[in-house]
Design a protein around this ligand. Sequence first.
Ligand SMILES: CC(C)(COP(=O)(O)OP(=O)(O)OC[C@H]1O[C@@H](n2cnc3c(N)ncnc32)[C@H](O)[C@@H]1OP(=O)(O)O)[C@@H](O)C(=O)NCCC(=O)NCCS
Length: 341
Amino acid sequence: MAELTTRPFERADVAAASALLAARHCADRAREPLLPARFESPDACAELVREATDYADGVVAERDGALGGFLFGVPILRAPDHPSARFQPLRACMMFAHGHAVAASEDPFAVTQALYAALGDGLVRRGIFAHLVHLASADAPLGAAWSDLGFGRWSVYAARDLAPLPRAGAAGVVVREATAEDIALAARLADEEVRFHARAPIWHAYLGRDTAAAVRREIAGLVEGAESAVFLASRDGREVGVTAVSPAAAGPLFTPDRCAYLGQTAVLAEARGQGTGAALVGAALGWARERGYAHATLHFSVANALSRSFWTGLGFRPVLWHMLRLVDERAAWARPPGAQP
Ligand SMILES: CC(C)(COP(=O)(O)OP(=O)(O)OC[C@H]1O[C@@H](n2cnc3c(N)ncnc32)[C@H](O)[C@@H]1OP(=O)(O)O)[C@@H](O)C(=O)NCCC(=O)NCCS
């Protein structure tokens, strides 16, 4: 069998890469029917892949002149006060879901290993040590390939239709839509999420102080925007929980059609486990249903036992894993004598 070789992605690779991506999406959709149908078409995928060549670095693996796979990555360099800094490393590379595929005829590990070596070496040399790849949660062979390369599950993108919750409306919970006067309160309640994420065994860096102004602006946008809403829950007259709903803007292949996005969800510790979170989600899903949405998505951290059981209990299914590898930073400078710097 001819050898597998790698080289940079070229514009001329768009058609073959889009065919691989559309084939993967057909298989992903057969396992998860909520995924959008239009990307089963290579033409629809070609648009995404062509765009990726403008903003991301790409490599291909080929054997005997045929494309065995491709991989794109985009550096994400966040300011420390950006709201996303609360959930992700500041200096990372994201290998997004429409930026990779492996030919069905190839061994997923062999191709993934070759592609990641070709793309990742440049990242390590640029001092980008946090590498994230987005993978269909139901694609076990691809998940195993990335896992064998040192990647572990970091967070989940989960989806559901807008059927009413089986047990919405807990006794004693009042849910209302937030107004401009509630922005500071909503931001304070939303901070409970990142406070919780700072605890064992999640250990996310707590950046609530650095991000406070930007998070407040983000919540103000959600409260005041015509296309979004923030809901607050109270018990016995005390405000205890928050959630926000807006149009979903995550990756196109794994975001169902007509999809809303839930974020900023938190309930004060002393009020948890009594149906407050479910009442908030019920209100947000109802808001989306009334506006013609058909689905909702959200992200949660896999190490967060509370959110994991909460969201799956409410019928959300993981559709995408965000897998993370943190490369040992010493690899950039502790090199064998005579090796290329
Ligand atoms: C995740 C979180 C928002 C859930 O809020 P909550 O008010 O505790 O959630 P609920 O009480 O509605 O649901 C908790 C449990 O009660 C159950 N429940 C739902 N409706 C209920 C009702 N009407 N009556 C009683 N219990 C109910 C839920 O099924 C769930 O059961 P489970 O533990 O078996 O999964 C809350 O735990 C929290 O703030 N965690 C820390 C921050 C965080 O993780 N945020 C989410 C980030 S994605």
